[in-house]
Design a protein around this ligand. Sequence first.
Ligand SMILES: Cc1cc2nc3c(=O)[nH]c(=O)nc-3n(C[C@H](O)[C@H](O)[C@H](O)COP(=O)(O)O)c2cc1C
Ligand code: SF4
Length: 148
Amino acid sequence: MAEKLVEITRGSVVECEHYGDFVIVNNEGKLIYSEGNPFKEAYFLEPALKFRAEIKCPLIYVGGLVSRAKIDEVLDKGFELVQMARALVHDPEFVNKMKESDSNYRNGCKHSNYCIGRMYTLEMKCHHCVDNLPKSLVKEIEKAEAKL
Ligand SMILES: Cc1cc2nc3c(=O)[nH]c(=O)nc-3n(C[C@H](O)[C@H](O)[C@H](O)COP(=O)(O)O)c2cc1C
Ligand code: SF4
């Protein structure tokens, strides 16, 4: 469940609440503060469902999908399609593999975001495909992956 970040009131009446997950890092990449867990599977589902309830046209859900079970859940909740990025960076064959597997099939991406960190300067790659990463980076990746 995302954390409540903002509550706006008029006198004693709560006018609206905004929920979300966020992290603040300094210019050296050090974590200063965080709320919620943006690493969790389908991290955007809760707010997306609010759009799904109000909007009549077909909608594509995107954000944090790494398992067949969660994709099925999202589609069952009324989204026409899903989009994936990191799961396919991790394993471009993921969709084909899901077709051949049971509902427990899971992608190995654990949302470390290493691929995002390098995407503007280097070719797109998952950390599993890169040899000799600096030890300090491996430690950071492991810390992030433990949060999924
Ligand atoms: C390597 C990489 C490159 C991306 N490039 C773009 C981009 O150019 N434009 C964009 O709108 N989103 C981009 N995204 C964001 C994805 O489209 C997607 O919204 C986001 O990664 C969340 O989905 P996921 O949890 O399946 O990765 C990129 C994501 C990754 C991992
Ligand atoms: S680098 Fe991390 S987030 Fe990116 S695809 Fe690989 S496991 Fe997923």
